[in-house]
Design a binder for this molecule. Structure first.
Ligand SMILES: [Zn+2]
Length: 148
């Protein structure tokens, strides 16, 4: 994260060491495709922004092996500068893909409404869609796995 860059040099070296240890513990799992794993989803769901700005949601077992989507349902609400956009999803093979695209650009907030089944209570995941690469983990900021 950017704050780490401003840390004094000695601290940075220490933190880098700690960070490497943390990665080994897999405290923050990164989505195998480079996307964001949604917390506490079982099987694990990964939000991934495609280059064409559609969204793919992929599911993984505990060993991060991709598995087919079941009864899960996802809706994404983007709060972009040009107005809100709601993305519905449909099954495509083993994954869920958005029927429409996210608004242009990035830096806006998104809410992923996740339902284990269509009748289940939705879980909301809010985060900022930042696509620039994190200096530390090299992943897109929205999928960064560094400690805050
Ligand atoms: Zn990072």
């Amino acid at each position: 994260m950017k704050t780490r860059v401003t840390s004094i040099l000695v601290t940075t070296v220490l933190l880098a060491g700690l960070c490497a240890a943390g990665a080994a513990d897999k405290k923050h799992l990164g989505g195998p495709k480079g996307g964001r794993l949604l917390e506490k989803t079982e099987p694990k769901a990964e939000f991934y922004l495609e280059k064409d700005h559609t969204v793919t949601v992929t599911f993984y077992d505990a060993t991060l092996k991709p598995i087919a989507v079941g009864a899960q349902a996802v809706t994404v609400i983007a709060d972009a500068k040009g107005g809100k956009a709601t993305l519905e999803f449909e099954k495509k093979g083993d994954v869920l893909v958005s029927k429409t695209k996210l608004p242009e650009g990035d830096g806006y907030n998104v809410v992923v409404q996740f339902k284990q089944t269509s009748a289940a209570k939705p879980q909301n995941f809010r985060f900022k869609l930042e696509t620039n690469a994190c200096a530390t983990c090299k992943r897109a900021e929205y999928a960064c796995i560094c400690d805050e």
